[in-house]
Design a protein around this ligand. Structure first.
Ligand SMILES: Cc1cc2nc3c(=O)[nH]c(=O)nc-3n(C[C@H](O)[C@H](O)[C@H](O)COP(=O)(O)O)c2cc1C
Length: 359
């Protein structure tokens, strides 16, 4: 149950970092949706390791196979199983971590919880688990695009102390985001971010960052008061991504420093509906979408596994000097962009199907 996400459109991910394969079972996808590997692979390619010199050097093609749930290119309404093989495993890299829990990783907490853990590659706490989310998210996105015209675009807004200027949420697209390896659509910031990640990597260190995301053409009326509010489900979805530390929607934490007279979004007629002049609400009011773009941001910490030596303790409590070996991301945000998009799609597809039952 805790590897599943969603109520009607339900994704259950499986797999560890170094087992033969990882993936997802999507249950509740409506029938007769055109679906082929080509709908899923582009997002997996944007997530996969080894795509630039600024990501982990683990080399995986991450080719998806649709095992079930479609025939002749259409969904059947039955569970869709999506599988990606793990090929480039090097469990030996993790030998030192048998005795020493990595500071700020999940080795200690998994051991405490289960009394056992897949020590090679972090097991289920590895970002390999997010393959299933991205694959399921691509299916959800196809459904949202075909049935509602929804567009979801995420990008790298900040890395370390470098913050890109405000990006136009109405026009930003994936082609613009992918113009740089670091997935920041502002060219000058992308160059500075590239240098920042390269600097961290050269110092055998790591650096954090912020991903921003917009969901356009989301109809008004999605979201379930009171515990299934759109922003609450988005927050849960985003904070379940490994290495996330914060979520804010619309004005977010900056709204706390504003007066109501400045913060309110006045209503105006817009394209045959009631829209708002500004969008400090981030497209959600009372937990329900209002038809404006949903805009949110997710903070990611610097990844825990670094090559620098750290003073810490082993599982027995003995002080040790520890330096990780192996291949690791100096910054996760460029690869996390499609994960954020996928999780947003899962939330919105589920809410759209729930809302469709009311009609
Ligand atoms: C795309 C992506 C890649 C990641 N790569 C690494 C990595 O190479 N090394 C690492 O220590 N953590 C990496 N992480 C983060 C860990 O998976 C995460 O920190 C760990 O599971 C502990 O969970 P927590 O940080 O949410 O507490 C990555 C996360 C994402 C989303």
């Amino acid at each position: 149950m805790f590897s599943s996400f969603g109520t009607i459109f339900k994704a259950t991910t499986f797999g560890e970092s170094h087992c033969p394969g990882t993936g997802v079972v999507v249950d509740g996808c409506p029938p007769r949706l055109p679906l082929a590997p080509a709908d899923i692979q582009p997002q997996l390619d944007r997530r996969r390791p080894g795509q630039s010199r600024l990501t982990t050097e683990r080399s995986e093609a991450d080719t998806v196979t649709i095992l079930s749930g479609t025939e002749n290119g259409l969904t059947l309404g039955t569970p869709i199983a999506l599988l990606v093989a793990n090929k480039d495993q090097r469990p030996a890299d993790y030998a030192s971590m048998q005795q020493v829990p990595r500071p700020s990783h999940a080795d200690y907490t998994y051991q405490m919880k289960y009394g056992i853990r897949a020590a090679s590659g972090g097991g289920r706490s590895s970002a390999r688990e997010t393959i299933g989310r991205v694959a399921a998210g691509a299916v959800a996105e196809k459904l949202l695009r075909e049935r509602l015209g929804v567009q979801i675009v995420a990008w790298v807004q900040a890395v370390g102390e470098i913050d890109a200027p405000q990006i136009d949420v109405l026009s930003v697209d994936r082609a613009g985001v992918d113009q740089s390896d670091v997935r920041c659509p502002h060219a000058e910031s992308a160059d500075r971010i590239t240098a920042e990640i390269a600097k961290a990597k050269a110092a055998r260190d790591s650096v954090g960052g912020v991903i921003a995301c917009v969901c356009r053409n989301v109809p008004a009326g999605l979201g379930e008061p009171v515990f299934g509010k759109t922003e609450a489900l988005l927050a849960q979805a985003m904070l379940s991504i490994p290495a996330t530390k914060g979520f804010e929607i619309g004005s977010g934490f900056s709204g706390a420093r504003m007066l109501g007279s400045r913060h309110n979004d006045p209503f105006v007629p817009k394209e045959g509906r009631l829209g708002t002049l500004t969008n400090r609400s981030g497209g959600v009011q009372g937990g329900i979408t209002n038809g404006e773009p949903i805009v949110f941001r997710v903070a990611f910490k610097p990844p825990a596994t670094i090559g620098q030596t750290q003073e810490t303790a082993d599982f027995e409590g003995q002080p040790v000097t520890f330096a990780a070996v192996g291949r690791h991301d100096p910054c996760v945000v460029p690869r996390a962009v499609p994960i954020v998009e996928g999780m947003a799609a899962l939330v919105l597809a589920d809410l759209a199907l729930i809302q469709s039952m009311r009609r």
